[in-house]
Design a binder for this molecule. Sequence first.
Ligand SMILES: *[C@@H]1O[C@H](CO)[C@@H](O)[C@H](O)[C@H]1NC(C)=O
Ligand SMILES: *[C@@H]1O[C@H](CO)[C@@H](O)[C@H](O)[C@H]1NC(C)=O
Ligand SMILES: *[C@@H]1O[C@H](CO)[C@@H](O)[C@H](O)[C@H]1NC(C)=O
Ligand SMILES: *[C@@H]1O[C@H](CO)[C@@H](O)[C@H](O)[C@H]1NC(C)=O
Ligand SMILES: *[C@@H]1O[C@H](CO)[C@@H](O)[C@H](O)[C@H]1NC(C)=O
Length: 637
Amino acid sequence: MLASRLLVAVTLALAAAAAGPQLSPRVLHESRGFAPLGWNPVRRATGLRIPLKIGLTQPNLASIEEYLMDVSHPESPNYGNHWSSAKVAQTFRPTQDSVDTVRTWLHQSGIEPHRVKVAGGWLTADVTAEEAEELLGTEYYVYEHENGAVQVGCDKKYHLPEHVSKHVDLITPTIHFDTKVKREQPGALGKRKTQNVGAPGFGPVSPKTTGTIKDVIDELEHCDTHTTVNCLRALYDFVYYPLVPDENSIGIVEYTPQAYSPSDLDLFFKNFSSSQVGQRPTMTSIDGGTIDVNGSGFGINGESNLDLQYAMALVGERQPVTLYQVGDPLEGGSFNNFLDALDGSFCTFEGGDDPSQDAVYPDPIKGGYTGKEDCGTVTPAKVISTSYSYDEWELTPAYMERQCAEYAKLGLMGTTVLYSSGDYGVGGYGDTCLLPNGTAGPGGKIFAPSFPGGCPYVTSVGATQVNPGAKVTDPESACEQVIYSGGGFSNVFKMPGYQKDAVNSYLSKYPPPYSTDLWNNTGSRGYPDLSANGANYPVAVQGEFYLVYGTSASSPVMASILSAVNDARLALGKNSIGFINPTIYSDVFSFGFNDITNGTNPGCGTKGYSAQPGWDPVTGLGTPNFVKLVALWLLLP
Ligand SMILES: *[C@@H]1O[C@H](CO)[C@@H](O)[C@H](O)[C@H]1NC(C)=O
Ligand SMILES: *[C@@H]1O[C@H](CO)[C@@H](O)[C@H](O)[C@H]1NC(C)=O
Ligand SMILES: *[C@@H]1O[C@H](CO)[C@@H](O)[C@H](O)[C@H]1NC(C)=O
Ligand SMILES: *[C@@H]1O[C@H](CO)[C@@H](O)[C@H](O)[C@H]1NC(C)=O
Ligand SMILES: *[C@@H]1O[C@H](CO)[C@@H](O)[C@H](O)[C@H]1NC(C)=O
């Protein structure tokens, strides 16, 4: 039962169906247990024309982990020798053999050459529903969305000849729906029926607040109630004067309609970093992204204000911070829209992104951004922090794998990619948990991992707290105020080599006291990788200070510290730290972290996992000690 609940991507199981001319046995290419959220089949697609888009496989993808380890593993002779974007594009460009194989198959199946086109990594074929059914061994239906949208798609699975299957990544429209579902206006989030409100571009979500406060006593005796910039400096031994700020870069990603408010930034600086009053992030607008000049309240400004106020104050006035503002106010954007802007080779409008998740530009909605979609227009910063996430169950494995590989490419190019691990412990967004059929909803009991926390090529950041009544010098615990640190084991990604020792040691010494029906014990990627304080942050919003909680805070704090490590290395002529996971899991780096051994991450009606000595699925390897980490990283080539 459980095995059928998610898509099985590119399973090479032999399929019974066989029709039309075949050069090799037909195999199941992709399947999914249920149609995307909100879509229902209403009739067969008989007689309709289907613009089939065939995404070719990227060669060498199977070796991407090897390439990444070669430049990221601290013991590799090539440590730090990151790739150029041209080398990345060239290495993963689909081969002529793939193009030829797919084209030949289409021609032999009766699709004349003039109906087939090649563009980038994609072939498009103009076919009828009957032809598509015969090509793919499936049945096509017209699906209707709850909000009225209509889409042609196939029923649960499709097939390809074995010799073609290995050249094809995915085909649309199939089980991937590519009709843009019109989003609600900003602020109308409460009316949405769909669940992916933790995702970018969907309006006011996370972090959490307990309301406004009048006075912050910015003294180290009070770090248990107010986590100020000075508290963070004390906790993580983080005082640093940037030496080569022009060579260094740090980027914070925000998704419209959420946006920061400049006047709040100044209010925050006035109280906590007075020399920075008037300073602004360097704005990089992606797909029509805009900021909120006048300020609109916690729902719109909370996340962005938190991220930028703390990141900018922590790196200090000398180090510019880049703001990647993604998506126009009507459609917003997604992680794929952002990645398109960073990497021209990822940017495949013809069908690479999934319009049921990703925004489409120029915006088809009236009044939206009319410019072209940003595609390879932005040079990635050396450290990038994002405080948004999805739950894995909302997305298909193919979608997640494609995006996860892209994070590996950023790592190859020397960028550190940080994501907050989520705020609901072992539960999904809003503590919704999985049902046996793989969707989440009321009554769900199965732990619901977050994405991209479970992608082995990002660094996932969990949350800690200073215990109530404790001193700033006392050990922190897992965050158990207002939010719980997201953590657990992916249902999609396998455990990467770099964390095997750490994760297996946890599992054997502290076996989770739950039936394996509730969590994935089959050797999956464990997250988070590390953590930082996520409780009691004073954040200026609309002229007042709010007390804010979330791994949303932990990620930009971690990014600021890692950015300073980069500065120290760059100043000595070394390269950026890039993909840090193989390094931080190495034995010697355990010295650079404060191991967190107290607290749990409840969710799904359980206490969740518990923080323990060594790595744990609550706080990862622990919180950073900057002075020790920078010393360790300076020892590396
Ligand atoms: C999954 O199970 C729940 C509860 O039994 C049900 O309400 C829901 O419709 C099911 N979803 C799918 C896609 O099968
Ligand atoms: C910010 O500073 C002002 C002026 O010193 C002070 O009145 C106010 O209480 C401070 N705000 C907070 C939240 O500490
Ligand atoms: C901000 O407020 C000013 C004055 O109230 C108004 O003229 C302007 O249109 C507003 N700007 C935005 C982007 O809402
Ligand atoms: C558990 O995770 C693995 C990936 O490590 C995945 O293949 C498998 O389908 C997952 N099991 C369930 C029940 O989701
Ligand atoms: C563990 O955390 C709880 C708060 O969540 C705190 O009350 C307790 O004192 C902590 N214990 C230790 C040993 O730090």
